[in-house]
Design a protein around this ligand. Structure first.
Ligand SMILES: [Mg+2]
Length: 132
């Protein structure tokens, strides 16, 4: 179902796992968002430098540059761009670790379509495109 609050948002999906990526793409397509994909942290940093994103969905475990490292690098170039960690680690201290590495929030896998869209709306509504 289209989500009016997200219709004009441009999202960067950072995810090395193809099934996870497809799941995100299906939800975002359905919500009417536009998005691009990076398959590791380094690619994410390069894309963010070029700009144009309203928010980044950042997997944590990835090759080349993991989500924590990528988030730190993104903070050096885009101070206010919302970065949401998408992590399978529902263990104690993960939220603190995400925040310490410059991420704004986190979503634990597996998540529902509703939960993902709720986070995206929460972090993209009511403000101008961050970090531009
Ligand atoms: Mg991964």
């Amino acid at each position: 179902m289209k989500n009016a609050l997200l219709a004009d948002k441009h999202i960067l999906i950072v995810e090395d796992d193809e099934p996870c990526r497809l799941f995100l793409e299906i939800i975002l397509n359905d919500a009417g968002c536009s998005f691009e994909v990076a398959v590791n942290g380094r690619e994410a940093v390069e894309r963010v430098k070029v700009g144009g994103y309203d928010i980044v969905l950042m997997d944590v475990r990835m090759p080349v540059l993991n989500g924590y490292e990528a988030a730190q690098a993104i903070r050096l170039v885009k101070k206010d761009l919302p970065v949401i960690a998408v992590t399978a680690h529902a263990i104690e201290g993960v939220k603190e670790k995400c925040v310490a590495h410059g991420m704004n929030d986190y979503l634990t896998k597996p998540f529902t379509q509703e939960k993902l869209l709720e986070k995206l709306v929460q972090w993209t509504s009511g403000s101008a495109r961050a970090g531009e």
